[in-house]
Design a protein around this ligand. Sequence first.
Ligand code: MN
Length: 250
Amino acid sequence: MRILISNDDGYFAPGLLALYEAVRELGEVTVVAPERNRSGASNSLTLDRPLHLKEVQEGPTKGFFYVNGTPTDCVHLAVTGMLEHEPDMVLAGINWGPNMGDDTIYSGTVAAAMEGYLLGVPAIAFSLASFEGRHFDTAARVARRLVERFRLQPFGAPLLLNVNVPDVPWDVLAGERVTRLGRRHKAEPVVKQISPRGETVYWVGAAGAAADAGEGTDFHAVEHGWVSITPLQIDLTHVGQIEAVRQWLE
Ligand code: MN
C-alpha cells in the first residue's frame, strides 16, 4: 500500500513524525509537508510564486520532503507531479490541537486530507484534541488501527474522515464513536497590541467554545473520552434553502 502523509504544523512537528512511525511498516510511505506552521491555511493554493520541494538530509525525519507552500499545495504537488504512482491513502496530521465542528472550515490538516479526497484518494485527517500535546502516541495507535482496517477492508466509496483523539493514555480511551460535526460559538475577538514601532497590531483570537456539543457530535465524543470519527463531504449547498431563495428573488 502506498501512503502519502502531510500536515499543517510543518515538517518538523512531533505529530507528523508520530504518524509516520505509526504507519511506516504498513506500506510505502512518502511525507510531504509545509516548511513552516500553516495551521489555519484551510484549502489555499499558492498561485503567486513557484513551489520548491526539498528533502530533509539527516535526523529522524530524514527523507521527509518539505514545501514552501500550504498543506493543500503539498498534497496537490505530490499527487499530481511528484509521486510516480498515485497513493492508496492520504493521511494528514497528527495535528497539535482539535479540529472539531467549525474548525474543519479553517483547518489545514483537514484541507490536506480533503485535497487527497478531491484528487480521488481516500483520506483521513488526524488531530490530537488538546493543546497540551501529551499523547501523540495514543493518536498514532488510533491512526495505525484505522489504516490497518482500510488495508484489510477498503471502504468501497470515496472516503474523507476527520478523526479527533482525546489527549489521554491509550488504556484510558473509551473507544470509537462515529459522529457528526458540532458547532462552536463565534470566535473570540482579535487581540489588539501596540508594536515596538508604535503601530496597532491585531492577533486573531481563539476559536469559540463548543455550542452544539450534544450527543452524537464530535465535541461530545471527545469530551467523554471517545475517539471521534466524522465522515465529511464537500458540497456546501444548502439544499433546504434553494426553494426559499428562489421565492425571495421573485
Ligand atoms: Mn495545525
